[in-house]
Design a protein around this ligand. Structure first.
Ligand code: ADP
Length: 298
């Protein structure tokens, strides 16, 4: 299955151009859409999920014209929006059963088996009799995935799913998504770099509504190969370094201050050339906006 987005543009009535000529091709597996808040991720996700129209462009899911054949898309789509409401007084099992009926699973035996399988898959089996209002953030997100998977979707869209989860919950959620990614297209929209580096075989960076680059995380790292340098500095000198160099990030560790810079040539003494991380990539492209290396730009 292949999702092809071509030349998609969207300007909201207040004049904000949320998407600018977005082109993307996405195949089976986990795809990470990485970008800061306000980049246009949710606008793109909602458009693919048929919940919003665009001004220009097309989206095809194999032969399905997504913008014009919404019912066909909805039959094969699972969507976990950034925010969703759950009835706090209903148990997970009953709520899932209710959504299953709404999604057309009318055969009782079949529906029961599907609901049970999803509760097991999302690790909520032991909590199925608990009311949703008592669920933790991670459990709610996993429940959100369970409901999105009802009806065996072939495309699953998850929008900012790990924001607010603690490390253990995130880890569990990552494992669930990668399992699903084995048989589905999963599009994961996030501003958290680690989510993409751990999970995705393909990714894009989006910023101010534009796709700045698209490639596998490994290829993306190669674009910065040999140009990332790190140095321990005196904390008071940070402004000077920021002015002098293309500084990507700083971190404080054990009372020491480290900075990372992007430089085409050897900077001053004390810098050590180091392997780029996906975080460097993210800062480099979102900070420098337009610098798009042709060789990875799809
Ligand atoms: P992200 O999901 O990456 O945070 P969004 O797609 O939510 O980005 O937003 C992209 C831009 O469009 C932002 O500047 C946001 O304020 C604006 N925006 C989003 N939704 C609307 C809307 N319904 N009306 C007007 N502006 C919007």
């Amino acid at each position: 299955m292949k999702l092809t987005v071509k030349n998609l543009s969207k300007t909201y009535p207040n004049g904000v151009q949320a998407l600018k000529n977005v082109d993307l091709e996405i195949s089976n597996g986990m795809f990470g859409l990485l970008g800061p808040n306000g980049a246009g991720k949710s606008t793109l996700m909602r458009t693919i999920a048929t919940l919003q129209d665009t001004d220009e462009g097309s989206i095809f899911l194999d032969d399905i014209d997504v913008l014009n054949e919404k019912d066909r898309v909805r039959d094969i789509l699972g969507y976990l929006p950034q925010e969703f409401n759950l009835d706090p007084k209903v148990t997970a099992e009953d709520f899932l059963d209710h959504i299953a009926i709404l999604k057309g699973l009318t055969d009782n035996m079949n529906r029961k088996a599907t609901v049970e399988a999803l509760l097991v898959q999302t690790n909520l089996w032991d909590h199925k009799k608990k009311k949703l209002g008592t669920y933790s953030g991670g459990m709610k997100q996993r429940f959100g995935i369970a409901q999105a998977l009802l009806g065996s979707p072939r495309l699953l869209i998850v929008d900012e799913p790990t924001a607010g989860l603690d490390p253990e919950e995130r880890n569990r959620f990552h494992n669930l998504l990668s399992e699903i990614g084995e048989n589905h297209i999963v599009i994961l929209s996030t501003h958290i770099v680690d989510d993409v580096s751990y999970l995705c075989s393909d990714m894009a960076v989006i910023h101010h509504g534009e796709v700045l680059l698209k490639a596998s995380p490994v290829e993306v790292l190669e674009t910065l190969g040999g140009n990332i340098f790190e140095k321990e500095i005196n904390k008071n000198d940070i402004v000077t370094y920021r002015e002098k160099y293309n500084m990507l990030s700083s971190r404080f560790f054990s009372g020491k201050t480290f900075i990372r810079i992007y430089s085409g040539s050897e900077p001053e003494e004390g810098f050590v050339k180091t392997a780029p991380t996906l975080e460097d990539v993210y800062f480099h492209y979102t900070k420098n906006g337009k610098k798009v290396p042709e060789k990875v730009y799809a």
